[in-house]
Design a binder for this molecule. Structure first.
Ligand SMILES: C[S@@+](CC[C@H](N)C(=O)[O-])C[C@H]1O[C@@H](n2cnc3c(N)ncnc32)[C@H](O)[C@@H]1O
Length: 291
């Protein structure tokens, strides 16, 4: 299977390999319901500590305080998948990003903003962004029913979200953006993405697409959450994160001239409130890029 990516991509060689998110080994994912379509449904209960009380939405779509202080998000996802369909699963980066979004409520970073997610996967982070932003646009490749899965997860959690929502196709390898996507990008303030760095060719396509996205006015903030994937290589005689290193090497070289050289790239501390239950592995990183 090839979706416009260049031949020789690592993904081409391992397309048939089944992979499974590390999250599924964690306690949160031990109690899941089986759905008729053979997907699973996890209920993620959480307290919203960032505001006084709990977040709920009133009839006008505004957030209101609930003394019970508990919310639950229901997320449909696939178990193991082949690599081209990893978007049907949920990954740790999505949890970090969700935590960060909720931790920013007092600073109102997302309030009244249009947020667009790249490679949104099952749409979990999109749901959380939809609780605090004015509009959330989730994008991913139109393959394996990923866009339909995001839409179903939006519908399941509509009662929690105050944002208007849309789900659009965006393939990093495709330059011909739909008129709807172009329109949305002109309105977008914040771009988010989680766990998109795991193949060098894909990373390069992602960087090219990201640069083009960030060049669309108005000025944008980009948040990228990743779990660094470490391996031991004989070449380095050390444990390294080759995909992560490759991505930042490309970024530093491609963004060395204006206007990108004026953008700020900042690694954020992962010391914000943990709202969801998952292992905050020390390999999780979060970057903020401002244009
Ligand atoms: C590891 S998953 C992460 C999904 C989600 N962000 C999360 O953290 O749970 C990688 C994501 O990249 C998306 N992806 C892969 N190839 C892509 C491409 N060519 N264009 C856009 N997205 C792509 C996948 O569909 C998937 O949603």
């Amino acid at each position: 299977m090839n979706d416009g990516r260049p031949p020789g991509s690592l993904l081409d060689q391992v397309d048939d390999m089944e992979v499974k998110s590390e999250l599924y080994e964690e306690p949160t994912f031990q109690k899941v319901a089986k759905l008729e379509n053979s997907n699973s449904l996890v209920t993620l209960e959480f307290s919203n500590h960032q505001v006084e009380g709990d977040v709920k939405v009133d009839s006008d779509g505004d957030l209101v305080v609930d003394r019970k202080n508990r919310l639950s998000v229901e997320i449909e996802f696939s178990g193991s998948t082949v690599i081209p369909l990893v978007g049907l699963q949920i990954w740790r980066g999505a949890f970090v990003l969700a935590d960060y979004i909720l931790s920013q409520q007092k600073r109102r970073l997302f309030e009244d903003k249009v947020v667009l997610e790249l490679a949104a996967g099952v749409g979990f982070t999109g749901v959380i962004a939809g609780m605090v932003a004015r509009e959330i646009v989730c994008t991913d490749i139109d393959k394996g029913g990923i866009l339909e899965l995001i839409q179903r997860n939006f519908s399941r959690n509509q009662h929690l979200m105050k944002a208007s929502t849309s789900v659009l196709s965006l393939d990093f390898y495709q330059d011909d953006w739909s008129p709807q996507l172009k329109r949305k990008l002109k309105e977008t303030d914040i771009i988010i993405a989680a766990d998109v760095i795991y193949d060098n060719n894909l990373s390069e396509a992602f960087l090219k697409c990201l640069t083009k996205v960030l060049l669309v006015p108005p000025k944008k903030t980009f948040l990228l959450a990743l779990e660094k994937r470490f391996v031991f290589t004989v070449e380095d005689l050390d444990v390294v994160a080759p995909c992560f290193d490759h991505f930042f090497k490309c970024l530093n070289s491609q963004w060395s001239s204006p206007p990108m050289s004026a953008w700020t790239v900042q690694e954020l501390d992962i010391d914000f409130q943990q709202t969801f239950e998952y292992e905050r592995s020390k390999h999780l990183v979060l970057y903020k890029i401002t244009t």
